[in-house]
Ligand binder design. Structure first.
Ligand code: FMN
Ligand code: EPS
Length: 409
């Protein structure tokens, strides 16, 4: 399965084409819209999210709710385009030189954004809007739509994903809550104890108390006229063992997940399992001991975060992400005007105070896309029932290994 997205932040539409999505997968439109909504409603977002409703349409590849195996087309109108007709017109118009367009030309690049380097690289210095429009995280709405379809596919196999906000500025979730959420558990428990709570909290953290501390931290940053970043933990439960591979560098699942997650705007670090704590742990303390119980191989701990040798090992996948503070500063960060090279303050249109809750939804989506790709490489990608049969055969094979092991011992 592959995809490509297109669209400018204030242009008429965002769009995407997904190819290689299996046939006969039942999709749920309400789930798709609910996932897009989750990306929008996080605490700390700016005025733009009041305008958009992210009503994505599926325009091909699905009939009566079931995938056809043909490319799936997605189209999402930007409601804000109403206010940007003149500025974002695709073809030259008589209004092109109007005062509105001139007023919106951007020549004061924002440090930490793509503005300056993009302008130089693509020779767009006349108007940095030509860079900013596509560099904007608006594009991630399409990735959440695609990821929602992938999550619906994976859920058939009991694979469920949660992106939990663990820190915003100085406010963090307790280590104990995080440990509880990350332990191996049944799909039902995980849905009840992790997925449902984060969908209810406006910062997408796990409990009401942490949520209010995070909200207060965001309010404070807003009144201080600055912005915040934070951390997210992605947890995946129900993974079969063996997704990904050790045989080639480009098939290692940790490498592929890192790449997918690092592609999210403003994400600056990804780690697995104990992550950077490995640096001070002894080898003995980092062992996930193997033992045999209840007819299967078990692990004492999950320091490795569910991956060994670039493959899932049957334990929950644990990925931590760090997001930098939103680069646009309400007061305008120091920069130069590219027309004069004189010191000035960067352009400020409206902006988010923080987007960590939204990024946690995007992280779920990017994880789902990557896991589904690895899943389909292993079990097939043409037709859903055949994939289910291949998956069931693999489960029987693993069970056979267990029986054989018992016979040998
Ligand atoms: C959901 C989301 C919303 C964002 N909103 C803003 C914003 O309002 N203002 C801003 O300057 N950056 C925002 N960003 C971050 C920029 O898109 C990002 O920093 C920029 O594209 C440069 O990319 P880099 O930080 O990955 O280098 C947002 C990121 C995400 C994921
Ligand atoms: C539009 C979205 O996020 C935008 C991401 C973004 C940026 O610079 O990345 C800047 C802001 O755009 P605007 O200037 O239009 O308010 C955010 O609102 C979205 O998430 O859908």
């Amino acid at each position: 399965m592959e995809y490509v997205t297109a669209g400018e932040s204030h242009g008429p539409y965002l769009s995407a084409i997904i190819s290689g999505f299996p046939a006969n997968v039942q999709l749920d439109q309400q789930r798709l819209l609910a996932d897009l909504r989750q990306r929008q409603i996080g605490y700390g977002r700016g005025g733009r999210m009041q305008i958009e409703t992210d009503q994505v349409q599926i325009i091909s590849g699905v009939r009566f709710g079931k995938t056809l195996g043909s490319p799936i087309g997605l189209l999402l109108p930007n409601r804000d385009f109403e206010n940007w007709h003149a500025v974002m017109s695709v073809w030259p118009t008589t209004t092109q030189n109007s005062a509105t367009v001139t007023k919106r030309i951007i020549t004061r690049p924002r440090p930490g954004h793509a503005d300056l380097v993009g302008g130089l690289k693509y020779d767009q210095l006349r108007d940095l809007r030509n860079v900013l429009e596509r560099a904007s995280a608006r594009e991630t709405a399409m990735r959440v739509a695609i990821g929602s379809l992938c999550q619906q596919f994976l859920a058939q196999f009991g694979i469920v994903i949660a992106g939990v906000v663990t820190q915003i500025g100085a406010a963090s979730l307790s280590q104990e809550s995080l440990r509880q959420a990350s332990r191996p558990q049944s799909r039902r428990d995980f849905e009840r104890e992790v997925i449902a709570p984060i969908r209810q909290q406006s910062t997408r953290t796990l409990d009401v108390e942490t949520n209010s501390r995070m909200q207060a931290t965001i309010d404070q940053a807003k009144s201080d006229q600055t912005t915040l970043g934070g951390q997210i933990r992605v947890i995946v439960q129900g993974l079969p063992l063996g997704l990904g591979s050790y045989v080639s560098a480009n098939r290692k699942l940790d490498a592929r997940l890192s790449s997918a997650l690092m592609s999210i705007n403003a994400i600056k670090g990804v780690s697995f399992g104990d992550g950077f704590d490995f640096g001070h742990e002894t080898g003995r303390a980092a062992v996930d001991a193997i033992f045999w119980q209840n007819d299967s191989y078990q692990r004492s701990e999950n320091h490795q975060g569910g991956l060994e040798g670039g493959m899932t090992n049957g334990m929950p996948l644990i990925i931590d992400l760090v997001m930098k503070p939103i680069p646009t500063q309400p007061t305008g960060a120091p920069t130069v005007d590219i027309r004069t090279h004189e010191l000035t303050r960067a352009t400020v249109e409206r902006s988010d105070t923080t987007a960590v809750p939204a990024a946690s939804v995007i992280a779920e989506a990017m994880t789902a896309i990557t896991v589904m790709q690895a899943f389909c490489e292993m079990f097939g990608e043409d037709e859903n029932q055949r994939i289910q049969q291949n998956f069931a055969r693999y489960q029987r094979y693993l069970k056979g290994q267990r029986t054989e092991g018992q016979e040998r011992s």
